[in-house]
Design a protein around this ligand. Structure first.
Ligand SMILES: [Ca+2]
Length: 136
């Protein structure tokens, strides 16, 4: 079920050595920044998208580092020019209920029209990030 989150950050728990891909597009007069960094300050996504009609997009991929310090890293996702977002996720599981693919999607609100009277149509920035458990 979708959740409305009243801030511009989320925390993702991503397994070590996981293949990750992401995609963003926008429908806004504003330029939107997206950043993903781990607890040690390493940056995995640092991008900007400016599109008024969903015609432009940015995409990328990376592999998370091997497990360090015996812990699973938490990654902080930040939408620089948004004030809230709606999010949901979906998993693809095999016959043994092992998750093969997880996707988190975000529809973000920037209230570009008037910060004092936000329209909350959540169509300003769209972002999706997918983790692939079974790599190679
Ligand atoms: Ca809006």
């Amino acid at each position: 079920m979708s959740r409305i989150i009243q801030c511009n950050t989320d925390v993702l728990r991503i397994k070590p050595s996981e293949a990750v891909s992401w995609y963003a597009t926008a429908q806004s007069e504003k330029s939107h920044t997206i950043k993903l960094e781990d607890e040690d300050g390493h940056v995995y996504i640092d991008t900007e998208i400016q599109s008024i009609d969903l015609s432009k997009s940015v995409t990328g991929s990376f592999i998370t580092p091997p497990k360090s310090n015996g812990k699973v890293q938490k990654y902080t996702l930040t939408f620089g020019n948004c004030i809230s977002y709606i999010t949901d996720s979906a998993n693809l599981d095999d016959d043994e209920a092992t998750t093969l693919v997880s996707t988190f999607q975000y529809a973000c609100e920037d209230s570009a029209t008037d910060p004092n009277d936000p329209n909350y149509d959540y169509n300003d920035l769209f972002f999706a990030i997918t983790f692939y458990t079974r790599k190679g």
